[in-house]
Design a binder for this molecule. Structure first.
Ligand SMILES: [Zn+2]
Length: 262
């Protein structure tokens, strides 16, 4: 039964993934998410239901538009596969629970933020601001881990932990931005605030430090292999996204392991 439900979660995730692709395609240019319906970007032909089966249509059509044979970009496929994996893994890890819903929701959010930053070097306010409000509401019902044990009445506890986390995250990336403005942008700083709100004050630095280390490692490798030049910017959002998801799932374990080293 568990296996069947994990597969169902994966299929559901891949369908969510096709919606995330629509968000990634349309939000940066301000187009509507609902209209026009999905179409080929080359010949504008509307796609029929059989062209829109997540993951499988892609393999079945061999990456080509059914109508004009133009190659279809690779990203939609990977976003669908990634979302399928996200839902299958979070279901398997948490079971059918509030944690599953919340972590899967944040996973979708960080896929959209990360991929848009990767493609456009942009972190969109119109995603960050509304999600910050949603994260604040979620923190009331599912308080993120706090930095100190404070006893506050519901609904303050979760909100206070989230807001302190957001402030720590914001300041943590604001300082390097002020010292060296070319290194990153305001988008990264706001995203760090959102990450603090999501992970809570106890784990926000776990997420941000992991993102910095991951980004630094990949940037170093790209420089060594001469794929990127020293002056070229490398978007930070995808690394922050990955690190935040790892922190949401394993953060307490990672922090305890790190503190155990001393
Ligand atoms: Zn076409």
């Amino acid at each position: 039964m568990e296996v069947i439900l994990t597969i169902v979660s994966a299929l559901f995730g891949s369908a969510i993934g096709s919606f995330l692709n629509v968000c990634i395609d349309r939000l940066p240019t301000g187009r509507s998410l609902l209209y026009p319906p999905s179409h080929c970007e080359t010949c504008q032909h509307p796609l029929s239901p059989k062209d829109l089966i997540p993951v499988f249509s892609y393999l079945w059509l061999r990456r080509r538009c059914r109508y004009c044979q133009a190659p279809i970009p690779l990203r939609p496929f990977w976003v669908e596969v990634g979302s399928a994996f996200l839902f299958a893994f979070t279901y398997w890890h948490y079971g059918l629970s509030v944690d599953f819903a919340v972590v899967a929701f944040y996973g979708c959010l960080f896929i959209v933020l990360g991929v848009i930053d990767l493609e456009h070097e942009l972190i969109l306010n119109k995603i960050v601001y509304p999600v910050a409000v949603v994260a604040l509401v979620i923190s009331i019902f599912r308080p993120p881990p706090g930095i100190i044990d404070i006893s506050l009445p519901w609904p303050l506890l979760g909100m206070v932990n989230g807001v302190i986390g957001g402030a720590i995250g914001f300041v943590f990336l604001l300082i390097p931005l002020l010292i060296y403005p070319k290194g990153m942008g305001w988008g990264d700083v706001k995203m760090a605030g959102l990450i603090g709100l999501v992970t809570g004050s106890r784990l926000v630095l776990v997420a941000l430090l992991m993102g910095v280390i991951l980004g630094g490692l990949v940037a170093g490798i790209l420089l060594l292999l001469k794929i990127k030049k020293r002056k070229e910017a490398i978007p930070f959002g995808p690394f922050l996204s990955l690190a935040t998801m790892a922190t949401l799932i394993w953060g307490s374990g990672i922090l305890n392991w790190y503190l155990g080293l001393f």
